[in-house]
Write a protein of this length. Structure first.
Length: 205
């Protein structure tokens, strides 16, 4: 069935709102043990299901794939299928290649402790005006980033509003912190220092 909706679209009221953040969506899953996946809010003539799509209509599963993540009863982990792509990363040959790597790696940075520091040499090399010289430090950054992404921890969802602790640290390269609740890691965060920020005293960082 094919329908031309162009005339309808011209008179339809456009709903404009920002897409929800992935971490905000996960926060709404506090205390949830069972999950379901279904898309029937608009019908879409859903009658027949292909064999390859059967797993998408699961009910009351103990884990569910959601936007590149696996939601478990006790937390969130990276979808192993996505990590297969990370394992197949070849050494970048251009700044564009590095930015492609960061496109996937950056999506999972909340799972990687000291992400900005680990990728500092690669970040510098990805700049448009940077001279592309693949050094030993770049190779070390690249391999460690692949390793960290391949062996990511299971992050815990927050429980309630109490008991949070933020541990933070700073170096001449960047900032890093980890959000913990009841000795369980909820998320990592990090940021590379800008040139002028490297002159700041420690208490201003």
């Amino acid at each position: 069935m094919c329908i031309d909706y162009r005339q309808l679209n011209k008179v339809a009221i456009q709903n404009k709102y920002p897409l929800p953040r992935i971490d905000d969506s996960f926060d709404k899953l506090q205390g949830v043990s069972y999950f379901s996946k279904i898309n029937l809010c608009s019908g879409y003539h859903q009658l027949w299901v292909k064999d390859s799509d059967i797993q998408k209509r699961a009910f009351q599963t103990r884990s569910v794939a959601f936007l590149g993540h696996i939601k478990l009863r006790n937390g969130i982990e990276v979808d192993p299928i996505k990590m297969d792509a990370v394992k197949s990363f070849h050494r970048p040959l251009t700044p564009c290649n590095i930015r492609s790597v960061f496109g996937l790696a950056g999506y999972y940075r909340m799972f990687v402790e000291r992400f900005s520091s680990i990728s500092s040499f690669l970040t510098a090399l990805s700049q448009k005006k940077a001279k592309f010289i693949w050094s030993e430090a770049c190779e070390k950054n690249f391999q460690e980033l692949k390793h960290r992404l391949t062996f990511t921890p299971v992050l815990t969802l927050p429980e309630g509003m109490n008991g949070f602790v933020v541990y933070c640290d700073a170096s001449r390269v960047g900032l890093g912190c980890v959000l913990v609740q009841k000795v369980k890691v909820i998320a990592y965060a990090s940021s590379k220092l800008k040139i002028h920020e490297k002159n700041y005293p420690a208490h201003d960082l």
